[in-house]
Design a protein around this ligand. Structure first.
Ligand code: SAM
Length: 247
């Protein structure tokens, strides 16, 4: 029985590929890629000539059956997506779950991921965070999702498409008011930028130049501040009598 490798690829800067990723991609029998034409450029750049086949949202079930068959027959497979870590807002979950069910070994290589890259440089708390993937497209569903952030006491991380970034910031302003946010744009690329502040300050950045709305974005929302007035009065009085007995 062979191994399924989960192999992260660069999110912009090709130098971010790891030596181990190149070694695995060169050695496996097959590379399952989200878009084989897109990945051909990357593979060519690193002189990797391994056979590729497609695995995307629309054929994942069919490909899973076929790939599990090959893995059991001793052919190893590397899964890659267009950029970053497979399965993180990218295809692969159906395949990995099936491999786990069937006892096929799965090994993930660490590597580029836009959410983790953005969070680590954002200046927002990193001790606890929630990754939300993409916000729903429909207004009601978006509002419901954003409403949850009103009482969320950890950092929230979202992916967003360029055509929706301005509306997303407006939605955050409407639902959450002046909550501090950070947008990481074009990570690892030439025009990498972090924009932070209130939603209205971030909106001003997007509106001052249409070029600012182009690119790839990670949206991060700071934790809700605990409101002391929301603590029940009984709890507060208990706390103050406890304090009296402290040394
Ligand atoms: N699997 C990928 C990962 O590990 O980051 C994410 C794939 S998801 C389909 C694509 C989204 O990731 C983009 O819409 C954007 O929100 C974010 N993203 C990817 N590359 C980025 C970059 N270089 N800078 C900022 N955001 C990026």
């Amino acid at each position: 029985i062979a191994t399924l490798y989960i192999v992260p690829t660069p999110i912009g800067n090709l130098d971010d590929i790891s030596a181990r990723a190149i070694e695995v991609l060169t050695r496996v029998a097959w590379i399952a890629a989200e878009d084989t034409r897109h990945s051909a450029r990357l593979l060519q750049h690193f002189s990797i000539s391994t056979r590729t086949l497609s695995l995307h949202d629309h054929n994942e079930d069919k490909r899973t059956t076929m790939l599990c068959h090959r893995l059991k027959g001793g052919e190893s497979v590397a899964l890659i997506s267009d950029a970053g870590t497979p399965l993180i807002s990218d295809p692969g979950f159906v395949l990995v779950r099936k491999c786990r069910e069937e006892g096929i070994p799965v090994i993930a290589l660490p590597g580029p991921c836009a959410a983790i890259t953005a969070l680590s440089a954002s200046g927002l708390p990193t001790d606890r965070f929630i990754f939300e993937g993409f916000l729903p497209v429909k207004t009601q569903a978006r509002d419901n999702q954003l409403t949850l952030l009103k009482s969320r006491t950890c950092t929230s991380v979202f992916y967003e498409a360029p055509r929706r970034i301005v509306n997303t910031v407006k939605d955050i302003a409407r639902v959450l008011g002046e909550r501090h946010i950070v947008i990481a744009k074009e990570l690892t690329k030439t025009f990498e930028t972090y924009v932070s502040g209130t939603p209205s300050k971030v909106l001003a950045y997007f509106e001052e130049d249409p070029a600012h709305q182009k690119g790839e974005f990670v949206v991060m929302v700071s934790p809700a501040q605990i409101d002391v007035t929301a603590i029940p009065p009984q709890a507060l009085s208990l706390l103050s009598s406890l304090c009296e007995h402290m040394p």
